[in-house]
Design a protein around this ligand. Structure first.
Ligand code: ARG
Length: 593
């Protein structure tokens, strides 16, 4: 189904043609003077040059050709040559009814491609912290948007499970429990099935190992060598590594599930280890990789670079693989298993240079198909109210679990303050609202920008917040429930909710309908620009217009049944659209709050 702008553009273009001008001048956009009109066309200004005519004369010709068009309640030529347009209520109602009847509200899907979204990037054995929050929130939404547009999409968690942190844990464990069989070279039997640590022990081991490595050079050396031995396949270390994964991954999954984030692939840096050696050989053989100060590098600088892009390091001088190496091998693996048309990375924007190097190397060495699109959506930092990276009150790194817990508590207090509620239900509701508060607070900002995580603001029921959006949906649900209830008690009116949206009867109703009609543009825009905030902006406008309409209209008390059922149909559409949009953002609404 064509978007509302496309449909209006078609009508105006035809009129340009009819008036004797080229129809390509008929492009219509939203008005930047909403006080004067809803849409505008500036084509007469451009046409003036071609036809050596005053723009206003052209605009008047076109307006004349459209004077009795049923789509518009107003079309006027305004100096110096604008066409100001208002839609007729009939056309608008018809458009909304078409949306209602169409699959995905008439959204035109893109030609389907295979997309991998790489988001998450948590590091095994290190608890999730707020730095991982943005990747998870933005990536989940990007994945859902891509999927809704008709693409085949895979979300990959891309665990950090192959680096120095593994060597640190192994080394720390060795110094604490040297008698474990994993550290005995001569041991040839089966290793125990039970891991030698619990999750909370593991979470304590990593930070102390990390701290120790900063003070104790010998310890650090040992950890580096343990990392290398692990990567080489040392049996005992591999077994320990597996224990670390088995203990950490279920916890990661639980944390992500709480945030309504879920991945299709639980692959990690480790899973591509076997691909590294042949990949590196190939890069050498083809002459792309060369030695530089002992290390193996690929030159990726380009003449047009405005800042220096250093060569991409593939192997360190001791032969160890790096972060770039695993990312390149992962691209190779993805090509072999999924052959994607596009890979989107949702990672902290401070890793920008890393991805420039990886993408260029992948292209140069033919690791990806020539036509594979590689996108880096680098997000900004989540700051505290002081404008510095978000920390706990004590100044430490804020763990994700704790942050979510605090927001849930805040929501619980607010919800139970509002009205007496069953504690169980209030708990569930506060969890749902907390997720919305956190996610919307993040997603409503342009991803690339830093933003301030402001608990008071994000948890407020007023303003541009998640709870406000949910509150609006809950309000609609409650009106619809009451309506259904009254129908059930009425004798004759059986059957489902009314389906047909009627022509608007007041300005607020029309304003709501105009807002709703922008759905396709919002979703397509969010997809094309990889920008979930476009959907937030859309639903915030829809909610504002809905609430204005609600305050001005006595819906359930309306005695004219036809009027009432038109409104109910409009409410149903509003609710369905809002629910779809929050699903694309990755959260849901409770029934009551
Ligand atoms: N584990 C990395 C980190 O914590 C993020 C991984 C991002 N994804 C990737 N394919 N490099 O910094």
């Amino acid at each position: 189904m064509k978007t509302i702008l496309e449909q209006i553009t078609d009508i105006v273009s035809e009129a340009f043609g009819k008036a004797g001008y080229d129809s390509t001048y008929g492009k219509v956009g939203y008005s930047n003077r909403p006080d004067l009109c809803e849409y505008q066309c500036n084509g007469a200004m451009a046409a003036a040059k071609t036809y050596h005519k005053a723009p206003i004369a052209i605009a008047e010709d076109v307006a004349g050709a459209l004077s009795d068009n049923e789509a518009f309640s107003m079309i006027s030529a305004v100096p110096p040559g604008f066409l100001n347009i208002r839609l007729s209520k009939g056309f608008l109602a018809k458009y909304l009814n078409e949306m209602k009847e169409s699959e995905c509200f008439g959204l035109e899907k893109s030609a389907p491609v295979k997309i991998i979204v790489d988001y998450g990037g948590p590091n095994v054995a290190k608890p999730l912290h707020v730095g991982h929050l943005r990747a998870a929130i933005i990536g989940e939404s990007v994945k859902r948007i891509c999927r809704y547009m008709g693409n085949e999409v895979i979300g990959d968690v891309h665990l950090g499970d192959w680096g120095l942190q593994m060597g640190l844990i192994i080394t720390e464990l060795k110094s604490r429990q040297p008698d474990l069989p994993y550290f005995d070279d001569k041991y040839t039997g089966q290793y125990p099935e039970e891991p030698p640590f619990t999750l909370s022990e593991l979470e304590e081991i990593y930070p102390s190992a990390s701290a120790r490595s900063k003070e104790d050079e010998a310890f650090r050396e040992e950890a580096l060598s343990a990392t290398k031995q692990l990567q080489k396949g040392e049996r005992g270390y591999r077994a320990l590594w597996q224990h670390i994964i088995d203990v950490s991954v279920p916890d990661l999954k639980r944390n992500y599930a709480e945030l309504m984030v879920d991945f299709d692939w639980w692959k990690g840096e480790s899973s591509v280890d076997p691909l590294i050696a042949p990949m590196v050989d190939d890069m050498k053989k083809k002459g792309f990789a060369h030695e530089s100060e002992g290390a193996l590098v690929v030159d990726v600088a380009e003449e047009s670079d405005t800042k220096e892009v250093p060569p991409c390091m593939i192997l360190k001088s001791d032969g160890a693989a790096l972060y770039t190496t695993t990312d390149l091998a992962t691209l190779l693996d993805r090509r072999q298993t999924f052959d994607p048309d596009r890979v989107i990375y949702v990672v902290d924007k401070r890793q920008d240079m890393h991805f420039v190097q990886v993408f260029r190397t992948a292209r140069k060495c033919g690791i990806v198909r020539e036509d594979t699109k590689l996108d880096f959506l680098g997000f900004g930092t989540m700051n505290g109210k002081d404008g510095k990276p978000f920390k706990t009150r004590e100044g430490g790194v804020m763990r994700l679990e704790r942050l979510i817990g605090e927001i849930k508590d805040t929501m619980y207090k607010k919800i139970t303050e509002n009205h007496p509620a069953d504690p169980e239900e209030a708990k569930k509701t506060s969890e749902t609202v907390a997720v919305a508060a956190i996610k919307y607070g993040d997603l409503s900002n342009q991803a690339t920008k830093d933003y301030i995580f402001d608990v008071d603001k994000f948890t407020s029921f007023e303003g541009n917040t998640g709870p406000y959006i949910l509150y609006t949906i809950v309000r609609i649900k409650s009106i619809l429930a009451k309506y259904t209830e009254s129908m059930r008690s009425g004798e004759e009116q059986k059957g489902g909710l009314p389906r047909t949206v009627a022509e608007a009867r007041n300005e607020a109703e029309k304003a709501l309908m105009l807002e709703i009609s922008k759905f396709s543009e919002a979703v397509t825009g969010a997809y094309e620009e990889i920008a979930p905030h476009r959907i937030c902006a859309y639903i915030y406008d829809v909610c504002n217009e809905f609430n204005r309409f609600y305050h001005e209209t006595r819906i359930l008390a309306e005695e004219d049944e036809r009027k009432k059922s038109g409104w109910i149909a409009l409410l149903v559409l509003t609710k369905e659209i809002l629910e779809k949009c929050i699903d694309l953002l990755g959260f849901e609404a409770p029934d009551r709050m």
